[in-house]
Ligand binder design. Structure first.
Ligand SMILES: C[S@@+](CC[C@H](N)C(=O)[O-])C[C@H]1O[C@@H](n2cnc3c(N)ncnc32)[C@H](O)[C@@H]1O
Length: 347
């Protein structure tokens, strides 16, 4: 069976590596593109609909490569001219599904498509599956997608709707938070720190893997109080004998944390663009990094999301005596360019 998973643009290699570790029968990586992983498995993996590091997963029933200058309408017409996808599409329909809706995505943008081409494709889908069209809330959701490179897919969405509207202002989406934690290669023995925890997206994502201790801190006391409440409410996966500690604190002076106590920092400091208090952004990042270098043990890991790629390079250079860059990923966060850097603390 063939699938495509969409993910944060720029982190497809991280998502692909994790998909390969899931243990799906006969997993083969088929293609990697910005924000997309295509892969095959022998059977339908039941956990596919609930993976936390991807945005959406689609079971693919037809694939075509568009010629230069062709748009999604060309793909829709091509689909109508083929019938090899009818059976797999029917097989993808669940026993309780009675209706469907069709989404069209052209280079990651939702589009309406040519009316006649859409009507013909809907006719073919209905003949193949027996489902009735419901454009607002179909039980099944089929997607015709053309990617920037010209590869085009017809698939069924198998992920549930993401509840991104529930996010606190400024909070990282769970998919990105999970990918950032994956970059740090979580170990059960980890003492983990996010000194700019905000709503707690990163520590919460990290707590889904075994850990030794998690420290979440932030200058904003109200945010830490809210995170404590969430951790008590059972929303955060607290493990027996593995404390999850949220407390207010300033990231540049973590007095309560001893030198070399932390294995892994994964964090998302303020970008400086909207924080009027941050006049000297370079000085701020320098002070933050000095403290990270102090608290992280030799051989430990620092993963940081930064909004300024030049600043990331400069900080890496200034602290080259203590940290080595292991990987960097140029990504998009809500359409804005950002960078993720993974440094290791020298042994
Ligand atoms: C980009 S947000 C982090 C958002 C977080 N990753 C989330 O998902 O909610 C940056 C956070 O840094 C906090 N902050 C700003 N200056 C700080 C400082 N000097 N020490 C600690 N936290 C600080 C802000 O209160 C804010 O919550």
């Amino acid at each position: 069976m063939k699938f495509i998973a969409t993910c944060v643009s720029g982190l497809q290699e991280v998502a692909a590596a994790q998909l390969a570790r899931e243990g799906f029968d006969g997993f083969v990586l088929a293609d990697l593109e910005d924000g997309m992983v295509a892969f095959e498995t022998e059977r339908f993996p039941p956990s596919l609909g609930s993976l936390r590091y991807v945005n959406n997963v689609f079971e693919i029933v037809a694939q075509h490569r568009l010629g230069p200058g062709q748009s999604i309408d060309g793909f829709l017409r091509w689909l109508v001219s083929q019938d090899y996808w009818h059976r797999p599409l029917k097989r993808s329909v669940g026993p309780r599904e009675r209706t469907y809706r069709l989404m069209l995505s052209n280079a990651n943008e939702l589009v309406a498509g040519d009316r006649l081409a859409v009507a013909r494709l809907c006719g073919a889908i209905e003949a193949a599956t027996g489902l009735a069209f419901n454009g607002r809330s179909g039980d099944a959701e089929f997607w015709a997608m053309t990617r920037v490179g010209g590869d085009s897919y017809l698939g069924k969405r198998i992920t549930r709707h993401n509840a991104t509207h529930d996010l606190a202002p400024g909070a990282l989406k769970p998919e990105l938070a999970t990918l950032l934690c994956l970059i740090s290669k979580p170990q059960a023995t980890d003492v983990f720190l996010d000194p700019f925890a905000g709503s707690g997206a990163l520590p919460i994502a990290r707590a889904r893997w075994p850990y030794n201790m998690i420290f979440a801190s932030d200058i904003d006391e109200a945010k830490m109080e809210a995170l404590k409440q969430r951790s008590r409410s059972g929303e955060v996966k607290i493990r027996k004998n593995s404390p999850f500690i949220a407390r207010a604190g300033v990231a540049t002076a973590l007095e309560r944390i001893e030198d070399g106590f932390i294995d892994t920092v994964v964090t998302d400091p303020p970008w400086g663009q909207f924080d009027t208090g941050l006049k000297d952004i370079e000085g701020f990042y320098r002070a933050v990094m000095r403290e990270m270098v102090r608290v992280v043990k030799p051989g430990g890991t620092i993963v940081m999301l930064l909004g300024d790629r030049d600043l990331a390079a400069q900080i890496g250079k200034e602290f080259a005596y203590a940290i080595t860059e292991q990987a960097r990923f140029e990504i998009l966060v809500s359409g804005k360019k950002a960078i993720v850097v993974n440094w290791s603390r020298h042994s």
